[in-house]
Write a new protein. Structure first.
Length: 177
């Protein structure tokens, strides 16, 4: 069986092109106004980019991420946070992760892939807690505190953020993610 590629055209997308792995398929999202020749060239380029990234070995698969989330939920949250999906995304520039509690979906920024595992685990726990407590209130932070490296990971992300000129992660003082 060969490589499966799905092209999704969007009228809302104007210039940007994105690609991601979804199981055995590489999904490429393109603007609707591309010609077929432009689409073929862009799709070939984006498929090659995804394959290069995966060959580098730094990519933890979405399936690995989902399993890691289940393990973290069991270990630190009593197993009650059960996402429907957990995946890496490349479109988060100001957030480390996001969660849609109603749908049970969690997305983590691909920027985290080069960071230590305990930092990725903190962001996963943070997003898992949103499935229990949607707001950054005291109850939310009490759940997050079950992860033993919370303060260390928050410090790491603050330092990384300051060093790269991006927004800091949320804290108990009311910042948002």
């Amino acid at each position: 069986m060969g490589l499966q590629v799905e092209v999704r055209r969007s009228r809302r997308r104007r210039r940007t092109v994105q690609a991601r792995r979804d199981g055995d398929t590489i999904v490429v999202m393109v603007p609707d106004n591309l010609s077929r020749a432009e689409e073929r060239a862009v799709v070939a380029e984006m498929v090659a980019k995804v394959e290069r990234r995966e060959r580098r070995g730094s990519r933890r698969s979405d399936a690995d991420l989902m399993q890691r989330a289940a393990d973290l939920s069991d270990r630190y949250l009593g197993g009650i946070a059960r996402p429907t999906s957990v995946r890496w995304v490349g479109n988060q520039r100001s957030r480390w992760g996001s969660c849609t509690p109603d749908a049970g979906t969690i997305r983590l920024s691909e920027r985290l892939q080069t960071m230590p595992g305990w930092v990725v685990d903190y962001v996963l726990v943070h997003e898992l807690v949103h499935l229990i407590e949607p707001h950054h209130d005291a109850a939310f932070w009490a759940w997050v505190a079950n992860y033993p490296h919370t303060e260390r990971a928050k410090g790491y992300l603050m330092g990384w953020s300051d060093g790269h000129g991006v927004d800091r992660p949320p804290s108990e003082e009311g910042e948002v993610d």
